[in-house]
Design a protein around this ligand. Structure first.
Ligand SMILES: [Zn+2]
Length: 316
């Protein structure tokens, strides 16, 4: 049987029909259009699911289940305990979807879904212990041990973005200071580039050209574009960024010693600037320098499909 996977985001709801071979055979995306009620979000999820089914040219009868990856903490009853972005507050999302879609529904945190997708159909294939790290607005994580997703007692395990790597560092919305995602997310990279440019305006940098002299225009792509051109400031910003990233990754390796860690999110595609130096820095820091077996670090391969495939697989 085929399954529907949903990647529920604050901007878009992405749906896909996943076939028995874990490949996506039909997709659809509709705007989330926040703010709106949980009931209205559930309606939109079902609308996106039906569109994906239609685009896959199959009937709903061929669908066994629907899985949804959502931001926030999801407990084992399919209740989203909270998600500030979507306004969920102890929202019974599983029930809302089953009442509407009339198929078994499974709900899980979105980063956990992405980890599951990469583990089964992407870069983590053939591993048993695997961690997926996603660099975006924040830093998401999903931890798979012995082939099973680590959820914790409340479904909130794997929030690696909120491990502190710099006490008294930058304040985080979670209430603490110096969380990993304040230093190693794409958003953090952009802030670091802006800081590097503006602390000394005399700095000569290609980036000034790309941003038309306005630091507000800076984005991750521009930093890497300048680095490709050999821009010293951009290279230094990326170098510092990778150092922060390595601190969190080494913590994960020292605790879990997984077979593989994949790095996802748009900037993970910048292999020579991110993955390669990250591996070097991790090798210099990890506890198990002398072990014959070492955790491998590589870029995620499924991109945005990981969340959809992982969500669909929840029903297996
Ligand atoms: Zn935090």
């Amino acid at each position: 049987m085929k399954r529907v996977g949903i990647d529920l985001g604050g901007t878009n709801i992405a749906a896909g029909v996943v076939a028995e071979n874990n490949k996506i055979i039909g997709t659809a995306s509709i705007p989330t259009n926040l703010p709106k009620s949980a009931e209205a979000i559930a309606d939109s999820i079902c609308e996106a699911a039906m569109l994906a089914i239609s685009n896959a040219r199959i009937s709903k009868d061929e669908i066994a289940s629907i899985g949804i990856g959502t931001p926030g903490a999801v407990n084992s009853n399919g209740v989203v305990e909270f998600s500030s972005n979507l306004g969920f507050d102890n929202t019974p999302l599983k029930k809302l979807i089953e009442d509407r879609f009339l198929k078994p529904a499974f709900i899980e945190n979105d980063a956990n879904c992405a980890a599951l997708g990469e583990k089964v159909a992407g870069s983590g294939k053939n591993t048993k212990d695997f961690i997926a790290v996603t660099l975006g607005t924040g830093v998401g994580g999903g931890i798979i041990l012995d082939g099973k997703l680590l959820t914790g007692i409340n479904g909130a395990a794997g929030e690696i973005g909120h491990m502190v790597i710099k006490p008294d560092g930058i304040p985080c919305p979670c209430g603490r200071n110096g969380c990993f995602e304040q230093y190693a997310s794409t958003k953090a990279l952009v802030r670091q580039a802006k800081d590097a440019l503006t602390t000394d305006r005399a700095h000569i940098s290609k980036m000034w050209e790309f941003i038309e002299d306005d630091p507000k225009n800076i984005n991750g792509e521009i930093v890497f574009q300048a680095a490709h051109d050999g821009d010293e400031i951009a290279l230094k910003v990326i170098d510092n960024f990778v150092e922060w990233l390595s601190l969190g990754i080494v913590n994960l390796i020292n605790i879990f010693q997984p077979e593989g860690i994949c790095i996802g999110g748009g900037i993970a595609a910048q292999g020579d600037f991110i993955i390669k130096p990250l591996i070097e820095r991790v090798e210099a820091k990890r506890y198990t320098k002398k072990s014959a077996k070492q955790t491998r670090i590589y870029a995620a391969t499924l991109g945005n499909d990981a969340g959809i495939i992982g969500a669909a697989l929840l029903g297996e």
